[in-house]
Design a protein around this ligand. Structure first.
Ligand SMILES: O=C/C=C/C(C(=O)O)=C(/O)C(=O)O
Ligand code: FE2
Length: 286
């Protein structure tokens, strides 16, 4: 079984790198860690980067997860290979571009580009953003799925993710104590559905609601509260249509051994207990 330790980074192609950088710093509230050539490395915590925008095709999107060490990485490569997922071992240049010691790349059954990495670089400089969005860290991703049951099986049976809750057949899965690190979202093609950062307080969610509205950033869901994780949230659209989420108060699963996933109905109140409706971002609201 592959053991995912944590989410490590997302890599997003940007049709206009300058615009993406401006959104990331002035709207989202990330800090530029490094700008090199055609890539912009953005920080949200003590890591050297958690988001990399690179000049390129916006449908070129990758999620990186951290695994324990190189022996676990090699074992993961063998497992994936055996299951028929072609695996690419990162070259030294590709590792340098990701600021990791080693990584492998493969596709999940939907075709999402996934990487497993070891030793992602950290920085002695604390994360200090120019816009105070109250970000406390990079927390989860929504991944598109063309077949929720098949993909849940892949993530749980091959990658040791555990289902915390389901909305209809849609699984919210954890890889550590945090309620979810991977949320499957039904879609017609592979890709990242949304990128979540945690913020410090309810005030931060609402402050951002007004700030982003003032910047004419499209708010696509919220402010609201997910009955699943209990988090208060705000979803908004960034460059090339990527959806970002702020949330606060995501539950932790207290007892790994006894937790049983709750089943929520496939209906709008399962997405927001305050009554907010999403503008086409999450079914069944869409
Ligand atoms: O609509 C369901 C969303 C659930 C949550 C949550 O429980 O926090 C998410 O953040 C998510 O799926 O992204
Ligand atoms: Fe989310």
């Amino acid at each position: 079984m592959i053991e995912l330790k944590d989410l490590s980074y997302v890599r997003l192609g940007a049709s206009n790198l300058e615009e993406a950088g401006s959104f990331a710093t002035k709207c989202l509230g990330l800090q530029v860690g490094e700008q090199s050539g055609k890539a912009l490395y953005l920080r949200s915590d003590d890591r050297a980067h958690t988001l990399c925008y690179f000049e390129g095709d916006p449908t070129d999107q990758t999620v990186g997860f951290e695994v324990e060490d190189e022996s676990k990485l090699n074992a993961a490569a063998a497992t994936l290979d055996q299951l028929g997922h072609p695996v690419h071992a990162g070259t030294p240049t590709e590792c340098a571009l990701r600021k990791v010691k080693a990584f492998i790349g493969f596709k999940d059954p939907t075709g999402n580009q996934i990487e497993l990495a070891v030793r992602p670089e950290r920085s002695g400089k604390r994360y200090f953003a120019s816009r105070d969005a109250g970000i406390t860290g990079f927390s989860h991703v929504g991944l598109s799925t063309t077949n929720p049951a098949r993909d849940e099986q892949f993530w749980t049976q091959v990658c040791n993710a555990r289902v915390s809750d389901r909305i209809g057949d849609i699984a919210l899965m954890r890889v550590n104590a945090i309620h979810h690190t991977i949320a499957l979202a039904p879609g017609r093609s592979p890709g990242i559905h949304h990128v979540n950062h945690q913020v410090e307080s309810n005030d931060d969610v609402l402050r951002s609601y007004y700030h982003l509205s003032g910047q004419r950033v499209p708010i696509v869901f919220g402010p609201g509260r997910h009955p699943t994780s209990g988090a208060r949230f705000l979803y908004f659209k960034g460059p090339d249509g990527m959806v970002f989420e702020y949330s606060v108060g995501v539950d932790e699963i207290e007892d790994e051994a006894t937790h049983r996933p709750r089943q929520f109905g496939f209906e709008p109140s399962s997405l927001c207990m305050w009554g907010s409706r999403s503008a086409g971002v999450l079914p069944p609201n869409s």
